[in-house]
Ligand binder design. Structure first.
Ligand code: C5P
Length: 212
């Protein structure tokens, strides 16, 4: 039986770093499902196709190769914005969720992170975490990341973006962002990445003990 760890939460809550560390710790395959929405959006933009035609977007979503996803190519802010627009389309979600579910069955285990993993993609996941932090802390982390990378950033506009993205992800009709009823909440506002990892590991170890 495959063990699956579902990690959900809003943008910039630290899910990505945490998920990669968890996958490494347990020797599991990792899929950042946000990249599947980003890859679909980028393919549409690159082909000069519209972002508001559901049938076209679905066709492109069905061609996304999970093995070729690269965050460094897909991290641009504009791609994230476009991704969250096409992510409201049920046909796009159906196509990507199918591919994500196939991935989740890989042996010996998988870590998937996103917005709807515990609620829709893997409702029977072995353990579910909902990783969050206040919008102020998330905006500050994103700001620090850009500045550390040598870029220039404006905190206020990042803060507005974080709130807008939350509204879109939590307010959509299909698969809105929300914790699954059986998810463990992990608020990282006051935690270092290391502390968040240790807290997650304690929860996961306990869940795996019950399963094995
Ligand atoms: O996590 P990331 O910022 O890469 O995700 C980009 C967008 O893709 C999100 O804002 C969200 O709208 C969408 N997404 C989603 N469901 C997921 C993962 C991402 O709707 N499981």
């Amino acid at each position: 039986m495959t063990l699956t760890i579902a990690i959900d939460g809003p943008a910039a809550a630290g899910k990505g770093t945490l998920s990669r560390r968890i996958a490494e710790e347990y020797g599991f395959h990792h899929l950042d499902t946000g990249l599947t929405y980003r890859a679909t959006a980028k393919a549409l933009i690159d082909a000069g196709l519209p972002l508001d035609d559901e049938a076209v977007a679905e066709k492109v979503a069905r061609e996304v190769e999970l093995s070729g996803l690269d965050r460094s190519v897909l991290s641009a802010h504009a791609i994230g914005e476009a991704a969250s627009k096409i992510a409201v389309m049920p046909a796009v979600r159906r196509a990507l969720v199918e591919a994500q579910r196939d991935f989740s069955r890989k042996e010996p285990g998988t870590v998937l992170d996103g917005r709807d993993i515990g609620t829709v993609v893997c409702p029977d996941a072995t353990v579910k975490l909902y990783v969050t932090a206040s919008p102020e802390v998330r905006a500050k982390r994103r700001y620090d990341e850009i500045v550390a990378g040598g870029g220039t950033a404006d905190y206020d506009s990042i803060f507005e973006d974080v709130k807008k993205r939350d509204e879109r992800d939590m307010g959509r009709a299909d698969s809105p962002l929300r914790p699954a009823a059986d998810a463990h909440l992990l608020d990282t506002s006051e935690m270092s990445i290391e502390a968040a990892f240790q807290a997650a590991k304690t929860l996961i170890d306990a869940a795996l003990q019950r399963k094995i």
